[in-house]
Design a protein around this ligand. Structure first.
Ligand SMILES: [Zn+2]
Length: 292
């Protein structure tokens, strides 16, 4: 049994990008994953054509980027008050959502002996409950979002009620420069060395972004947030089966950005596409080692 599979969607745009953009990563730069919990769903929930009978664990994972100019968390996963954050969402969604909470990002950082003063910001792929919850555990650390996402949080959309309920968050806006990156018209180079480059990828939310990371060994990642919910979204270019307006602010843009990332992935298979809720995409990223 599987969800209805639409005929492959057509995107009229073609995507043009040259060689992989250069990056000069300092040797101290590194990356680690902090798995904070999971929700339990089926493949059919993740992408069209997925089986109703195939369970899928949806990862809720923060990613630590260590950089000598200040560290970042890409998304924050589930925080200590996740039950309260989930409670802000509508009943139908809560009924659909069974979850487990592991150690939070803050707890994992602390038990590894991490110096929290190194953390420069939480960089959100978007502001939904399952990405922002853990940011509430770092009231001293700013949360980076572009202006479009900030307006979305401060609006009335039901999907950002959790974000609005966390009074301790302080948002810092960043803006994009008219500097193309892998076919995206604009980008924001966080450190100015090409190692962490954010591009706008609106659709799931108006200010959703993709974060490209390049490490000293030249390994490359694209953190695509919830552009897709499972890897098949990119590998098979399959959209979410949920009634579209329920899952995505602008489904047409999700489709376009999915096609764009599928094109990048086909052209540069060495780039790891990290789908926020697919644990398989974190396989090559180490976890933190707790201090004895
Ligand atoms: Zn999510």
């Amino acid at each position: 049994m599987s969800t209805y599979r639409a005929s492959p969607f057509s995107v009229s745009k073609t995507f043009e990008f040259g060689a992989l953009p250069p990056a000069s990563a300092p040797s101290e730069m590194s990356i680690a994953q902090l798995p904070t919990g999971a929700t339990y769903r089926s493949a059919s929930f993740g992408y069209r054509g997925g089986s109703l009978l195939e369970p899928r664990e949806f990862s809720m994972t923060a990613t630590l980027i260590k950089h000598p100019k200040g560290d970042l968390l890409i998304d924050a996963g589930f925080g200590r008050d996740i039950a309260q954050h989930l409670a802000k969402l509508p009943l139908f969604f809560r009924l659909l959502t069974r979850y487990s909470l592991n150690k939070t990002a803050r707890e994992q950082l602390q038990s590894s002996g991490y110096d929290l003063s190194r953390l420069r910001a939480v960089l959100l792929t978007h502001s939904h409950w399952d990405h922002i919850s853990g940011a509430a555990d770092f009231p001293e650390v700013p949360v980076w979002i572009p202006p479009a996402e900030r307006s979305f949080v401060h609006g009335e959309d039901f999907t950002t009620a959790s974000a609005r309920s966390i009074k301790s968050l302080h948002f810092e806006e960043y803006r994009f420069d008219a500097r193309p990156y892998l076919g995206f018209a604009e980008s924001h180079d966080v450190y100015g060395d090409g190692t962490v480059v954010i591009v706008p990828a609106p659709g799931h939310t108006p200010g959703s972004v993709i974060v490209f990371v390049t490490l000293p060994d030249n390994k490359r990642y694209a953190f695509i947030g919830d552009l897709a919910w499972q890897l098949e979204g990119v590998t098979e270019q399959e959209e979410r089966p949920l009634p579209q307006r329920l899952a995505d602010a602008e489904p047409r843009l999700v489709r376009e950005n999915l096609a764009h990332m599928a094109a990048i992935s086909a052209r540069y298979p060495e780039m790891t596409i990290v789908v926020a809720h697919d644990p398989r995409s974190f396989a090559s990223i180490p976890t933190l080692v707790p201090k004895p």
